[in-house]
Design a protein around this ligand. Structure first.
Ligand code: FAD
Length: 383
């Protein structure tokens, strides 16, 4: 193969939002970059498909043309608000200060990926997984599933929730207190679907956790249910059965799905949450996105943080390039920048997750209280 024993400056493992954004940040700076992914794009990623307004901001910082393209992207639903249903089915609607989108990841990720690899300085190696990674004094080496090895000066691990880079370089292990599991299924013709509203249900028998209905274009919806992995394990919860029970047995939800049709099967995946701080860089490597455990512990959003961390990692590399110093000490500035930006929100959302947990009267009370206009306005500002 062309890339056999190839030497690169930077090897990015994983070409999802984190990896593609890192590649876009490094493009045009005179570096030879490899972007390796085990999948061939377009590929699906199990997700709620909610692309927050921060994504547009990050794209705008890298290349304003990409932000423009995202605004014109089709098919998409433009999201202006979220409605939270309490266990007593009281509602709280919060309007977002900036519009977000719902776009199937199959399409969003492919769009971003195509932009990243559409440059001669970015070499796409796709359809072959990373088997092992190693760093040494003068560089990094990545062995692929087909037995080939590629080498580089630095590695950026963007290979998602089951990251090889995080396991082998940073010794990451799943901590169920800071990890969630969730399932997703696509539907069409869910009744009374508001194309601009994310629906989040905090349901009495399914706490702590939430069921969601997120609108997509063409009367389709992304429907899902997620919970903290610790609860799933302790209470032996079957997420696939839970989502079916919610849809088939809870009257308010059942009514909505009377004429709805599932488009695909129920699929599940893990969410490494940002409620615990990890060292996310070391000698000649940095980790981004899910590989660095950067999902918001309350909302479950991880696309924006994946992209922002991918951008930060790219910028950290560019800063270090002239000196060629990729030591753990030199790259520690990446950890600082990521956590300075993300930790205050992660920490607050972790406290919120802990506070609400399965406290039904408290959730019911807070949802009602948050309908008071001035409180509602404050919440909207925080979104
Ligand atoms: C059910 C569910 C719902 C979610 N809903 C939302 C939501 O609505 N909004 C939101 O913002 N976030 C959501 N998230 C979180 C979001 O999906 C992730 O945070 C986001 O995808 C992280 O991007 P990433 O680039 O770090 O990783 P990924 O998107 O997972 O990309 C990693 C890439 O690495 C590749 N890869 C993996 N292993 C290897 C290997 N060994 N070798 C080579 N390549 C490899 C994969 O093929 C993949 O392309 C949800 C997650 C789940 C599970």
């Amino acid at each position: 193969m062309l890339h056999k024993n190839h030497q690169f400056d930077v090897i990015i493992t994983g070409a999802g939002p984190a990896g593609a954004t890192c590649a876009l940040t490094l493009h045009g700076k005179g570096l030879k970059v490899a972007l390796v992914d085990k999948s061939v794009f377009p590929r699906d990623k199990i997700c709620g498909d909610a692309v927050s307004s921060v994504v547009r901001r990050v794209l705008n910082q890298i290349n304003p043309d990409l932000a423009e393209q995202l605004m014109a992207f089709e098919p998409k639903a433009s999201i202006t608000q979220a409605t939270v249903y309490s266990p007593s089915f009281h509602t709280l609607t919060v309007r977002f200060s900036k519009v977000g989108y719902c776009i199937p990841r199959l399409k969003f990720d492919n769009w971003l990926y195509e932009h990243a690899v559409n440059h001669p300085d970015i070499t796409a190696i796709s359809g072959v997984g990373v088997k092992s990674v190693a760093t040494h004094e003068t560089g990094v080496s990545v062995t692929l599933d087909n037995g080939e090895t590629i080498t580089g000066k630095v590695l950026v691990g963007c290979d998602g929730a089951h990251s090889i880079a995080a396991k082998q370089l940073a010794n990451f292990k799943v901590d169920r207190k800071h990890y969630s599991g969730a399932v997703r299924q696509y539907y069409k013709n869910v009744a009374n679907l508001d194309g601009q509203t994310l629906e989040i249900y905090l349901l009495e028998d399914y706490l702590p956790g939430y069921f969601w209905i997120f609108p997509l274009a063409n009367q389709e919806a992304n429907v899902g249910f997620g919970m903290l992995s610790e609860t799933i394990a302790n209470q032996k919860i079957d997420l696939k059965k839970s989502i079916q029970d919610i849809i088939n047995k809870i009257p308010e939800v059942k009514e909505r799905f009377k004429h709805a049709e599932a488009i695909d099967g129920i699929k599940g995946f893990g969410l490494p949450l940002g409620s615990k701080r990890y060292p996310i860089s070391g000698n000649r490597y940095m980790l981004c996105g899910d590989a660095a455990s950067l999902i918001d512990p309350w909302s479950g959003e991880g696309i924006e943080t994946a992209m922002e961390s991918g951008k930060f990692a790219g910028e950290q590399l560019l800063k270090q390039w002239a000196s060629g110093d990729f030591s753990a000490k030199a790259l520690a500035g990446y950890d600082e920048r990521v956590y300075k930006k993300m930790w205050p929100k992660f920490r607050n959302h972790y406290y919120l997750q802990k506070l609400l947990s399965d406290r039904i009267p408290l959730i019911n009370g807070l949802v009602r209280l948050a309908n008071i206009p001035w409180i509602n306005k404050r919440i909207a500002k925080l979104m």
